[in-house]
Ligand binder design. Sequence first.
Ligand code: ATP
Ligand code: MG
Length: 157
Amino acid sequence: ERVDFIQYFHGVIDRFELNLPGHIHLKRQLPEGQFPVWMDKDKMTQVLDNVISNAIKYSPEGGIITMKAENKRHYLLVSISDQGMGISYDKLDKIFERFYRADKARTRKLGGTGLGLAISKELVEAHHGKIWATSKEGKGTTVLFTLPLMNQKRRGV
Ligand code: ATP
Ligand code: MG
């Protein structure tokens, strides 16, 4: 279905705001205007729910989570940045593997199965996008993904 991504993304963030742990702040850096993307809303919501939940789970007290979307002409670049513990460079690719959890001792108490990002990767790729992460240990993590933009002039389907 054709979806205006920015309007949709605001809706997802609004839903998180309703139930946010008190010490976390969500910041939006979303442009004005139409960003039409061909997508399955339910599947994209699974991707965003997992990435945003991770950002919340690994955020420190008073942490700010920044949600961005940028128009790169033919595709949209979406990113979610947190100020959490970060992930070491050698583990950055592994977090997208099934059941992989960086630092077992530390993450055990935070719960989860290690499937969220593996599923997110499958779903983003099913939308012809790519997903990856950058991180600075002790400073924070950014998860980024792309989605092809539809021809903005096309109307209807
Ligand atoms: P699930 O999503 O299945 O509940 P999970 O959150 O542990 O479990 P993933 O979402 O796949 O699993 O993430 C895999 C691992 O990557 C996590 O266990 C954690 O070690 C690391 N990770 C993911 N996001 C972040 C983040 N924002 N900051 C630090 N580490 C992260
Ligand atoms: Mg997760």
